[in-house]
Design a protein around this ligand. Structure first.
Ligand code: NAD
Ligand code: TYD
Length: 352
């Protein structure tokens, strides 16, 4: 493919950094611009290995700032946007829903407005790829899967804000003819995951002999995908999806939270040379999350059949790789768990 200038929003975050790395390394003829506000979740240390590459650059910008986003489109003239910037943590959305409306909904509309203005007359030459979540579909019972046709039924302020942003993206396709693509992915895990989410939080706590907080009975089910498999799916979809299309991304890898944490404890005992069963003793059941969705599970048939994508890693292998990454990146973990994180943790977990 010929030269392209792509703005990747949220590139300093967990998934965004893997997407940026993949595009910078796979496509030396593309200019990759990482646009990120560097909130608590954004960390340029995630991209140390690509920051000196000639096809990578960073622009610090907040997508809530419509004027600035317009200026950036005028200056950089991007051919495409891959949009990942978001407030992404359900528990924080329960504390402060408006922050999620501002970034996830208004921020997305600001980007769409810039695309609408600056790409006018040549919408077919540009692409707006919106990265979303399976949480927009709501919660499943014990049976069934989310397909691309499942009706939206979000329950948390986070998923409601992502659902709204998805609707806006599709509305800009239907109304103005902008070339948009949406993908809805299941829970990701892997390196650089901020330790407010279940897996990295538990790795950090196990290492420090702190309680592992399990919400409710630990029976909620999530469908886990290795983050690099998600980044590869985004690459495949970005390059091959027809305009206006939606793809669900997932790898049929469902775990109850408690079974997942028990597996993690086993791996950690081995890695930390602890007697078998030591880490499991840290499991502590705490007050459930309000509106806690019971089960998420993706049907990835469309992506597999139409674009030939499938996950590359078994979960046990991926989880072990993830633990290895955290244990050998102690400085990264120390940096992100100092300061504001301590306050967040106390606020979330002290009286739970
Ligand atoms: P993250 O919280 O790790 O990173 C979010 C990034 O966005 C950070 O770098 C942050 O600085 C940036 N950001 C936040 N607000 C911003 C703003 N106003 N302006 C500019 N930048 C801003 O999130 P993540 O887990 O990497 O998720 C990335 C995207 O993927 C999100 O859109 C999320 O909804 C979606 N998603 C996440 C998962 C998951 O399991 N984590 C699963 C499916 C979809
Ligand atoms: P999380 O990683 O926050 O992702 P999401 O809510 O987007 O699925 O949570 C994954 C699951 O783990 C979810 O069912 C909530 C649960 N959970 C806990 O039991 N304890 C915790 O401390 C956290 C953060 C999550």
């Amino acid at each position: 493919m010929s030269n392209k200038k792509i703005i990747i929003t949220g590139g300093a975050g967990f998934i965004g950094s893997h997407v940026v790395r993949r595009f910078v390394n796979q496509y030396p003829n593309y200019d990759i611009i990482n646009l990120d506000a560097l909130t608590y979740a954004g960390n340029l240390a995630n991209l140390k290995d690509v920051e000196d590459k000639p096809n990578y650059s960073f622009v610090k910008a907040d997508i809530r700032d419509a004027v600035l986003i317009d200026e950036i489109f005028a200056t950089h003239k991007p051919d495409a946007v891959i949009h990942l910037a978001a407030e992404s943590h359900v528990d924080r959305s329960i504390e402060d829903p408006l922050a999620f409306v501002q970034t996830n909904v208004i921020g997305t509309v600001n980007l769409l407005n810039a695309a609408r203005k600056h790409w006018k007359g040549e919408y077919d030459k540009h692409r707006f790829y919106h990265v979303s979540t399976d949480e927009v579909y709501g919660a499943l019972g014990k049976e069934g899967f989310f397909t691309e046709k499942t009706a939206y039924d979000p329950h948390s302020p986070y998923s409601a804000s992502k659902a709204s942003s998805d609707h806006f993206v599709r509305a800009y396709h239907d109304t103005y003819g902008i070339d948009t693509v949406v993908s809805n992915c299941s829970n990701n895990y892997g390196a650089n995951h901020f330790p407010e989410k279940l897996i990295p939080l538990s790795i950090n706590n196990i290492q420090n002999n702190k309680p592992i907080p399990i919400y409710g009975k630990g029976e909620n089910v999530r469908d886990w995908l290795w983050v690099e498999d998600h980044a590869r799916a985004i690459d495949v979809i970005f390059h091959n999806a027809k305009t206006g299309e939606t793809f669900n991304i997932g790898g049929h890898n469902e775990w109850t939270n408690i079974d997942l944490i028990k597996l993690l404890c086993k791996i950690m005992d081995k890695k930390l040379d602890r007697e078998a069963g030591t880490s499991e003793k840290l499991i502590t059941y705490v007050q459930d999350r309000a509106g806690h969705d019971l089960r998420y599970a993706i049907d990835p048939t469309k992506l597999q059949n139409e674009l030939g994508w499938k996950p590359s890693l078994q979960f046990e292998e991926g989880l072990e790789k993830t633990v290895d990454w955290y244990l050998s990146n102690q400085e990264w973990l120390n940096n992100v768990t100092s300061g504001a994180y301590q306050k967040y943790y106390e606020n979330q977990y002290q009286n739970r």
